[in-house]
Design a protein around this ligand. Sequence first.
Ligand code: CP3
Length: 362
Amino acid sequence: NSANPAPASARRNLADAPLLVAARGGTPRHTPVWFMRQAGRSLPEYRKLREGVPMLQACLTSELVSEITLQPVRRHGVDAAILFSDIVLPLYAAGVGLDIVAGTGPVVSSPVRTPADVAALPTLDAAQVEPVADAIGLLVRELGPTPLIGFAGAPFTLASYLVEGGPSRNHERTKALMHSDPQTWHALLDRLADTTLEFLKVQLAAGVDAIQLFDSWAGALSLRDYREFVLPHSRRIFASVAEIADVPKIHFGVGTGELLGAMRSAGADVVGVDWRVPLDEAATRLRAAEPEAAAPVVQGNLDPAVLFAGWDAIEREVHRILGEGQAAGGHIFNLGHGVLPSTDPEVLTRVVELVHTASKQQ
Ligand code: CP3
């Protein structure tokens, strides 16, 4: 029931696109920049389109997905579009009872905690996310020279929502399951990896140019637990993606300073870094973890809260980050986490312009 691999012709020829050049360790004409959550509540045109449409319904309406994905590209001139969707969308589409509650996040009606719950968890079938494939079809025609990033949630972060029943500060039920019943834990992550992989396959077949695997909450784990309970499942996803398509693979989590090397070893070409670790230090850690590997490529890492500090402070921080990013084998400028909803969108546009002019190759 899996989607067919994308024929090479389904993907556009974007050989010079700065995002793809940087992701492959080449020298782009300027440092590429995009923002996690660039499509969303910071944009008045987004709020207008979303009026009266529940989040998950919007994610399954092709024309809305396409239009919302394009909004920040038109407005800010970012170097990538990211598919408008959500990490819990494939679970919802597969039939898991959940909703995205405004101001809270994903809420699951029957949390998954026992071996029977895991056995009953449905996995995704490509047909259930056909509107997403259709949206990507529209986007690749509309986007011109701008690459489209597809994405999915990594098994650990999805498991946290399912086991806790919603957002969690301490992930205590998730960690309790992991440590008390490793067999059930691994069965759960295996099923979630199947769903994530199916969702990514659909996106790749429809023509996305890169993928990002969000393990947003992996930073809650020790390196030891990450390696034992999470890494094998994320690694399977990246390995399968690599077999299907030659697209850059980005891996991101929040507070993952201790996990950067392990997350790269999952199979990522680009490692996302939040604002807690400077990019030069991140590059040092990545080199130390895999001395034989190619020079690491990093993505990040402006603190989204700094966008509220006034232009002088923002400009200073952008220059600092561009400088520190030069220590890596490549740098994709981004925030250290998603755009906060009350961010002034005009500030985001200015950041894009500044990154481009300050990093332009002569
Ligand atoms: O522009 C983009 O980055 C693409 C869109 C995107 C959304 N969710 C749209 C969204 C992406 C990449 C995601 C991924 C996502 N969703 C993650 C991983 C990234 C991260 O932030 O770490 C996570 C953990 C989720 C789960 C989730 N969905 C949360 C925590 C929330 C916020 C709830 C709230 O209201 O504060 C959502 C809802 C969500 N996903 C919104 C958007 C635009 C807001 C809902 C709305 O606009 O009504």
